[in-house]
Ligand binder design. Sequence first.
Ligand SMILES: Cc1cc2nc3c(=O)[nH]c(=O)nc-3n(C[C@H](O)[C@H](O)[C@H](O)COP(=O)(O)OP(=O)(O)OC[C@H]3O[C@@H](n4cnc5c(N)ncnc54)[C@H](O)[C@@H]3O)c2cc1C
Length: 425
Amino acid sequence: MIVGAGFAGAKAAETLRAEGFGGRLTLIGDEPMRPYERPPLSKDHLRGETTDVPYVHEPGFYADNDIKLLTSTRVTGIEPGMRELLLEGDRHLGYDRLLVTTGSVPRRLDVPGAKLEGIHYLRTLADSARIAKRIETGGHLLVVGSGWIGAEIAASARQKGCEVTMIEMASLPLERVLGPQVGQIYLDLHRDHGVEFLPETRVELFDGDGSVERVVTKDGASIETDFVVVGVGVAPRTGLAETAGLQINDGIVVDEHLRTSVPDIFAAGDVANAWHPFYRRRLRVEHWANALNQGPVAARSMLGQDVSYDEIPYFFSDQYDAGMEYSGYATQWDEVVFRGDVAAREFIAFWLKDQRLVAGLNMNVWDVSDPIRELIRSRRPLDRRDLADPDVPLSQITADAADDAAGPEPPVEALSAWASEGGSF
Ligand SMILES: Cc1cc2nc3c(=O)[nH]c(=O)nc-3n(C[C@H](O)[C@H](O)[C@H](O)COP(=O)(O)OP(=O)(O)OC[C@H]3O[C@@H](n4cnc5c(N)ncnc54)[C@H](O)[C@@H]3O)c2cc1C
């Protein structure tokens, strides 16, 4: 039984069958359609460039693989003692092994006027369609928050010709994840495309007659707007897990095999706070690749295979013509070393702590995430001049690193609860 028919749940179901599981397999989700991927919802989907739903599988996949897919079905409780799920409408379903992939939900702003019409949040296909329709009408969009979701929505709305103001508590977009140097690159990117960015600004209240007409900030400024999208992070959807008495701490606590504190219940994806063998700490990662890779590991673990999840975190973002990939995990570093042309937005940024690579970001430079992750894994002290010099191939730096034994443990103090600090989608 898998609860949560999102990306992690769908990949887990696929893997269970691929690994030869011949028993009954049910995938339950509360959305009305079969599982889909969310990244396009703030990009081409939001801009109306495609109406194709980014489904994870072809329509016949679930029937062909004897996977019972229950859509529009909300699970309201788990009773581990009885090995039962409670469904809306007082239905019960038994399970032998259960995977919880309930994902996350946008954090809501709790300020006066927050329930006015025209204030949007983006998580589902339906949210994306609603906002896309509003963007199509044009006007002034105010985006609250300049994390990945806020920044991508701002970019898409500008590309569609809306006036866009982005307000942010920090000084720069994405600053908490990327720091001031790369945050400044994103600020320049948005300003170059005509976004008005208001730093160190918080919402005091929304005002309007039925629908939002203006936002009043904590410092008393009043900003007229036609509609608002709030992107201030997400929270793991743990309500269901709590009914089962699973250990919860910023998500469902799981070990490296993605097992929860209750036998035969597993968790994966945005909702899982998993022990990471490489980092030697728990990580909850709210990114596409984590759902892609954790779902299958959870499935194999459910089948009793000795597998653990130790992928280096990875995510991507597209804003205007700036595509980027980020690998690693870091909140503290000694320096950021750049390779390439920062002004042209074609570069790699390397975050170094104690001369070791803790994260790398490549913007409009491709096929380098694998070497970046290899270098992170090597834990080897690196020469900043080699990293900065485009004439020294990354493959050479990686080969040198591979020749050495793995270095000491990573600087754990460089890591923190990054996902909940704005590193998330
Ligand atoms: C707009 C948007 C853009 C994004 N862009 C990127 C990107 O560019 N790059 C990137 O790396 N990541 C991106 N992400 C993040 C990525 O999509 C998520 O990390 C990923 O979807 C997580 O998958 P999941 O399966 O864990 O959770 P989800 O996709 O949230 O799926 C969980 C499912 O479980 C269902 N559910 C929850 N509770 C219950 C219940 N009690 N009963 C039944 N069903 C339930 C939910 O409705 C949902 O369908 C983006 C996310 C969003 C919202």
